[in-house]
Design a protein around this ligand. Structure first.
Ligand code: UT7
Length: 322
């Protein structure tokens, strides 16, 4: 039995932190509204010289250090992002070059807020089939650069950052051995117009700005997330109570609460970082994962569940023994 084992995690945030109060000086909003409707108190915004690629490299270096692995040992890099440094080449290729591990496989995955789950699913498949041995899976975003800063309904919700993990393919006969156990991914393109960017190279020739019908996305998020969590638990043949931690996409504190309630999951088992980072799209799950590993909540041997939902719609979940 070949499994993709999590060896280390890392993260990076832009230097500049922006509070709700600071935002309220620029747009017609308030700290009270943002905290009550979303749970967000703070986000980090990329400054000059900070890009999706530079944040991805910083997170990757931390993950490599935590794993005790040299960059040269990595033969697969997947960067999940909707805000690449350039339309092409893939940000993953510049990350590879900046890390100095040229020659292996490197590409980006575009599944917006579910991007990290999609990248994890692809990396796990490639490791288990022997196409690669050691992978860096990174979620990295600079959403501040595709926000309409005059649209208060969206600009207060997002932040920038990156999170990374190192996975290694290992063989074991032990059913309880660490590794990615089950990953379930879905997409439904019928919902494109509820969450999208109004530009692109093949349409407007511009990058475009993020547009979202928040209330409708919210409704779908709770249903899709609880369904895919249930599907993943069922495939693994386990109960919610067997999970040590749920590490969800951090879009809105109320979505986290509603999903946990629907699953009857104890709220203290849910990792929450939305207050500190806001919604960092593909970076949000690995940022939350790294926070809970570094503060000692997630420990070796535990069972954790990752989940996310975003534009497309796309959504997914992954069960991992750490
Ligand atoms: O990561 C991808 C997935 N994305 C998500 O999961 C996001 C899902 N959606 C949400 O998190 C929530 O729907 C929002 C946080 C976006 C909005 O919360 P809501 O409770 O659904 O509010 P709403 O959009 O229905 O707006 C309620 C009111 C409106 O005013 P009226 O029409 O009731 O007078 C808005 O104009 O709040 C107003 N409003 C604001 N007020 C102050 C909207 N944005 C703001 C703001 N500050 N920033």
């Amino acid at each position: 039995m070949r499994r993709s084992v999590l060896l280390g995690t890392g993260s990076a945030l832009p230097e500049r932190a922006v509070s709700n109060l600071e935002l309220a000086e620029q747009v017609d909003t308030s700290d009270e509204w943002i905290v009550e409707r979303t749970g967000i108190r703070n986000r980090h915004i990329a400054g000059e010289g900070e890009t999706t690629g530079s944040l991805a490299v910083a997170a990757a270096r931390q993950a490599l250090a935590a794993a005790g692995i040299e960059a040269k040992a990595i033969d697969l890099i997947i960067v999940a992002t909707a805000t690449p440094d350039q339309t092409f080449p893939a940000t993953a290729t510049s990350v590879q070059h900046m890390l100095g591990c040229n020659g292996g496989i490197a590409f980006d995955v575009a599944a917006v807020c579910s991007g990290f789950l999609y990248a994890l699913g692809v990396a796990d498949s490639m490791l288990r089939t022997g196409m690669a041995t050691r992978a860096l899976v990174i979620g990295a975003e600079t959403f501040s650069r595709i926000l309409d800063w005059e649209d208060r309904a969206t600009c207060v919700l997002f932040g920038d950052g990156a999170g990374a993990i190192v996975l290694e393919a290992r063989n074991s006969d032990d059913a309880d051995a660490p590794g990615v156990l089950v990953t379930k991914l879905h997409a439904d393109g019928a919902y494109n117009e509820l969450l999208y960017v109004d530009g692109g190279p093949a349409t407007t020739g511009t990058v475009g700005k993020l547009r979202m019908k928040g209330r409708e996305v919210f409704r779908h998020a709770v249903t899709n997330l609880s369904d895919v969590l249930r599907e993943t638990l069922d495939e693994a043949g386990i109960e919610v109570s067997d999970l040590d931690w749920l590490v969800p996409h951090q879009a809105n504190g109320r979505i986290l609460d509603a999903t946990a309630r629907k699953l009857r999951m104890a709220p203290e088992k849910v990792v929450v970082t939305v207050d500190r980072h806001a919604n960092t799209s593909a970076a949000s799950v690995p940022l939350a994962l790294d926070a809970a590993v570094r503060d000692g909540r997630i420990k070796p041997g535990q069972l954790i569940m990752l989940e996310a939902m975003g534009g497309g719609f796309t959504w997914g979940a992954s069960l991992i023994r750490v």
